[in-house]
Ligand binder design. Structure first.
Ligand SMILES: [Zn+2]
Length: 233
């Protein structure tokens, strides 16, 4: 593929991914404040002035205003920019490694992205998100092999015991690990756990954060994206 064609596709994918990040941020904001999702106009959370269409442009809206509200000059939360950049860059990256992706990977990454953003903000994940993700994954991985069913059952029981014994592992984390095992295999799961745990340790060291619960799903999402690196080199 020519360089210009590749650049054109990447630009569109970045726009798509950043729009998805912006939409997920809005969705989470509305859920947390119990506001209606579709018909509520976006407004500054400090001065409540409704935002113009050019303020809502992912990434550009934030950078154009230097991270401040156009009307009251309060700081716009940086998590919206992080979500938009993460979404845009993830889509461009996935295009580069699309040979590695199965339909179930795209499905899981979509829901893991939303769950990671929610986990990062609140450290919990709604049951509806988990149920949708589990049901879709079960359909996409049909038909099941005997090994898949047995390892899924054994690993599920182990995680269940581990969660009761050590409360640091959240229920959503447990469900995600189980689905990742069921949709792939044990070696693949070990690789993703290893990378995500390494990321947790490095990031927490850099933050110098010693206490408090750590949202695990953002690390799991980044690890999922990093896994194909092993196939590239
Ligand atoms: Zn404002």
């Amino acid at each position: 593929m020519r360089f210009s064609q590749n650049l054109f596709i990447n630009c569109w994918l970045f726009i798509f991914g950043s729009c998805l990040g912006s939409f997920f941020t809005l969705l989470i904001d509305r859920w947390l404040t119990q506001r209606e999702v579709v018909y509520t106009r976006s407004a500054c959370e400090f001065c409540q002035t409704p935002l113009a269409y050019y303020d809502l442009c992912p990434v550009v809206g934030y950078l154009q205003q230097h991270g401040h509200c156009r009307y009251c000059d309060n700081d716009i939360p940086s998590h919206s920019l992080t979500a938009e950049l993460l979404g845009g860059l993830s889509c461009c990256w996935l295009w580069q490694v699309h040979f590695w992706l199965q339909p179930v990977d795209i499905w899981l990454l979509f829901w893991l992205y939303l769950a990671a953003l929610l986990d990062y903000r609140t450290q919990f994940v709604y049951q509806g998100i988990l149920t949708t993700m589990v049901v879709g994954s079960m359909v996409l991985t049909l038909p099941y092999s005997k090994i898949q069913l047995i390892t899924g059952l054994i690993f599920g029981l182990l995680l269940f015991v581990l969660q009761h014994w050590h409360h640091g592992l959240g229920e959503a984390d447990l469900v995600w690990l189980l689905v990742l095992l069921f949709s792939h295999n044990f070696t693949w799961l070990l690789e993703i756990i290893l990378i995500s745990n390494l990321l947790v340790v490095i990031h927490q060291q850099l933050l110098r954060k010693a206490h408090g619960p750590i949202p695990y799903l953002p690390y799991l999402f980044v690890s999922y994206l990093l896994l194909p690196l092993g196939q590239l080199f």
